[in-house]
Design a protein around this ligand. Structure first.
Ligand SMILES: Cc1cc2nc3c(=O)[nH]c(=O)nc-3n(C[C@H](O)[C@H](O)[C@H](O)COP(=O)(O)OP(=O)(O)OC[C@H]3O[C@@H](n4cnc5c(N)ncnc54)[C@H](O)[C@@H]3O)c2cc1C
Length: 392
């Protein structure tokens, strides 16, 4: 039996663990966080490819049961009065779910099939012809046949095996912060968003209206010294949004007590190859399309299915399997990444003129013929992959 180490327990990691164990591989997942990470807002699955994989994993019903129930999102003015409805159907998929709920469902589906190690991280990978010797920050060194990085946009595995992040990550000019807060506006299955130049702050009801998610986006070049420094991240957010109007100040106060504060730059990962010798990357670590694309989780899911399936089909011959994985995923990933390009410019436009124009444009958008075409295009991109039957 082949022994595989997976780094990262969010979406791609547990999905890969599911399929690898399904095909008879022995899987260990190492996750840097001390426990499964909660937090984030919604992620979407859309089209036949995503849904068929979730169905085959036996998790589709569980996910449908905990779908977000948001029916609409409105842009509001400074006094909180709804002005224009966001084109929600452009962005939402067949299944929309809070990222934390998704991670939990995938974890529950795999916790008995894989060994989970929380609170640790890989520090070195040393390969020879037969395997990889791995050292960890905390645990004892171990040896594996293969190592797969499912550790996200800032992948540690990618850095160790392929080189520095700057060579692969393209910043899209936006930062994002998300956290749980009280539903003090009494939002009923709805979201309110307040757009000013270069800044968007929003609140969505969640958990059956019992609480809300605060979402902040702001235009910015890459910032020094903020990664993994929550104090600094909150200070940056406070600097940008203090006195910004609407609910900004109140949300900034509540941010200090949030149980699941998430803050990150928004970027894409572009690599010529996702595999090297006995190491491969999957999900955001390999081909992050960015949260602006609405494709990150679906793409990660398809990547996990294909990578595990090809390893099974090649009977563990990783060279053949990795080549097939790259071949199957390349165009698909490219299409998903295209969906995230150029979005930042109209999501948080820096010019006042464009901001004012967008408010007007969204008013007429539901009546424009192009909208249906855009929805159909998103679906086409999500379905544009041929999934082999790997003996499921
Ligand atoms: C807390 C959080 C909130 C998010 N919120 C949203 C959202 O609201 N909307 C959206 O569209 N996308 C969100 N995302 C991103 C989304 O989950 C991914 O784009 C997509 O699902 C692909 O998932 P992934 O598993 O490849 O990467 P990610 O979801 O980024 O997961 C990577 C995992 O690797 C872990 N990790 C990082 N470094 C190491 C290391 N050195 N060793 C071991 N493990 C490591 C991380 O803790 C994380 O659990 C969020 C991600 C996270 C981690």
């Amino acid at each position: 039996m082949r022994n595989v180490l997976v780094s990262g327990a969010s979406v791609a990691g547990p999905a890969l663990a599911y399929w690898l164990s399904h095909h008879g591989f022995k899987v260990t997942i190492v996750e840097r966080a001390p426990a499964l990470r909660e937090g984030g807002y919604a992620v979407d699955f859309r089209g036949k490819a995503h849904l068929s994989i979730l169905r085959r994993m036996g998790v589709l019903t569980d996910l449908e049961a905990v779908q977000t129930d948001i029916t609409s999102t409105w842009y509001v003015d400074g006094a909180g009065r709804p002005q224009t409805r966001m084109p929600d159907d452009l962005f939402s998929g067949d299944v929309e779910i809070l990222r934390g709920d998704l991670a939990r469902v995938l974890y529950e589906a795999t916790r008995d099939r894989a060994e989970y190690v929380f609170g640790d991280s890989i520090t070195s990978l040393t390969e020879d012809g037969h395997g990889v010797d791995v050292t960890f920050e905390r645990g004892a060194p171990r040896r594996f046949d293969l190592v797969i990085g499912a550790d996200g946009l800032h992948s540690n595995t990618r850095r160790l095996a392929f080189g520095p992040e700057e060579d692969y990550v393209k910043h899209l000019g936006v930062y994002c912060a998300i956290f749980t807060t009280g539903n003090h506006l009494g939002l009923d299955r709805t979201g309110h968003a307040y757009l000013t130049s270069g800044k968007l702050v929003a609140m969505y009801s969640s958990n059956g209206n019992a609480e809300a998610r605060a979402v902040f986006y702001f235009a910015s070049p890459l910032l020094e010294g903020v990664r993994r420094n929550v104090e600094r991240q909150q200070a940056v957010l406070a600097e940008r949004f203090a006195g910004n109007g609407w609910e900004s100040d109140r949300l900034l106060r509540e941010m200090r007590h949030a149980p699941d504060f998430y803050f990150d730059s928004v970027g894409q990962v572009h690599m010529d190859r996702w595999t090297k010798s006995r190491v491969a990357l999957v999900g955001d670590a390999a081909y992050c399309p960015s949260s602006l694309s609405g494709m990150g989780s679906g793409l990660a899911l398809v990547g996990a299915y294909v990578l595990a399936g090809e390893l099974a089909a090649a009977r563990g011959d990783h060279r053949t399997a990795f080549a097939r994985y790259e071949e199957t995923m390349r165009e698909y990933a490219k299409g998903c990444q295209k969906m995230g390009e150029g979005v930042a410019g109209y999501m948080v436009p820096e010019s006042r003129l464009l901001t004012a124009f967008l408010h007007r444009y969204y008013k007429v958008m539901p009546y424009l013929p192009g909208k249906k075409m855009m929805v159909a295009k998103t679906r086409r991109v999500a379905e544009n992959v041929v999934l082999r039957d790997y003996g499921n």
